[in-house]
Design a binder for this molecule. Structure first.
Ligand code: TYM
Length: 333
């Protein structure tokens, strides 16, 4: 039996942060053994924010090194750069013909971005979910490991895949399902600034590549409150966020200890933050070392990218051929 197909990507607009790792990469590491995985660097998607050529190139190389440093194995998974597989752009064009302005405008991420950056509401931003759908369905993916923030984009991918199937009366595309690390809900790793989500554009990321002393500084500055005055009281959002991070990076006994301290109104947030910072550093420091090593080896990075591009190209080309056939493109020569 052939292995189920998996696709996921990350934009190269900065270093990978804990949200990327625990929302997506951790699942990639688990899946690469038992699934046919395509993991890519979404450099075309990153053009919506207009990077300079230098930043784009550096970002792609950095994310590739970070993928590898996390343990994604190019012998097991296909790791590639989105712009190397141009078939995706063709499928994107075809899918755009059946993507409607109303539904694209209603997408939460589009509305958020249009609101926060009103001077750059470009068509790429509007059709972002269409390109993402093309990324996924060009390999006929069944599973997509992503964090909660991508839930709606994934829903759109299912919509576009299903619409194509119905329109041409076939079952070419599976409807891609989310995959979560523990089989539960899609996760959202919070920021330390009291806001909901850790993100690059939110400016609240803790990065895998980050220097331990900067991590300590960031964690110690995390927003908290004056502390509980009643036993077992509900936590403020910012405090809940700290506990969520603690649950992600620390051992269960550490979490139990601080939960009990909170519930007894004996918590000292300074102690919690110190512990959290050290646990984050224990986790990131070996990855950081590997990133630094891998970044020195351009030849290796080039080999990985070339091999990935070839494998992804092969799969994408096969699907695109079927798509064109189904749509009705026929060569007259
Ligand atoms: P991007 O680059 O914003 O994020 C990459 C991955 O990290 C996850 N993530 C999080 N998960 C939990 N908590 C957080 N705070 C957090 N922040 C980021 C994201 O859910 C994502 O899985 N549109 C995508 C890239 C993309 C893609 C695709 C993904 C393009 N084509 C096809 C899957 C399939 C994005 O911008 O992710």
């Amino acid at each position: 039996m052939s292995k189920p197909i998996v696709v996921s990507g990350i934009r190269p607009t900065g270093n990978l942060h804990l949200g990327n790792y625990f929302g997506a990469v951790r699942s990639f590491l688990k899946m690469q053994h038992d699934y046919n995985c395509y993991f890519f660097i979404a450099d075309v998607h990153s053009l919506t924010t207009h990077p300079t050529p230098g930043n784009l190139q550096a970002g792609v190389k950095q994310v590739l090194a970070e993928y590898l440093a996390c343990g994604i194995d190019p012998e097991l998974a296909t790791i590639f750069i989105q712009s190397d597989v141009t078939e995706v752009m063709e499928l994107y064009t075809f899918l755009n013909m059946n993507a409607y302005l109303g539904e694209l405008e209603r997408t939460t991420s589009f509305k958020d971005k249009a609101r926060s950056n009103p001077e750059n509401v470009n068509a790429g931003l509007l059709t972002y979910p269409v390109l993402m759908a093309a990324d996924i369905i060009i390999h006929k993916a069944q599973f997509v490991p992503v964090g909660k923030d991508q839930e709606q984009n994934l829903e759109m991918a299912r919509k576009f895949a299903g619409r194509f199937n119905r329109m041409y009366n076939n079952e070419l595309f599976p409807l891609p399902q989310p995959f979560t690390f523990d089989g539960g809900d899609m996760i959202k790793v919070p920021g330390l600034d009291g806001s909901g989500k850790m993100g690059k554009s939110e400016g609240n990321g803790i990065f895998l590549y980050e220097d331990p002393k900067d991590i300590r500084k960031k964690v110690m500055r995390a927003v908290t409150d004056a502390g509980p005055t009643e036993p077992n009281s509900k936590k403020a959002d910012a405090v809940e966020n700290l506990f969520t991070l603690l649950k992600i990076v620390s051992t269960p006994d550490v979490v139990t200890h601080f939960e009990a301290a909170y519930n007894n109104c004996e918590i000292r947030y300074g102690d919690l933050k110190k512990q959290l910072a050290e646990d984050i550093i224990d986790f990131t420091a070996p990855i950081r070392e590997r990133i630094l090593d891998i970044l020195k080896d351009d030849v290796y990075l080039g080999k990985v990218a070339k091999r990935g591009a070839e494998k992804a190209h092969e799969s994408a080309q096969a699907t695109l051929k079927e798509v064109k056939e189904i749509i009705g493109f026929r060569r007259l020569y």
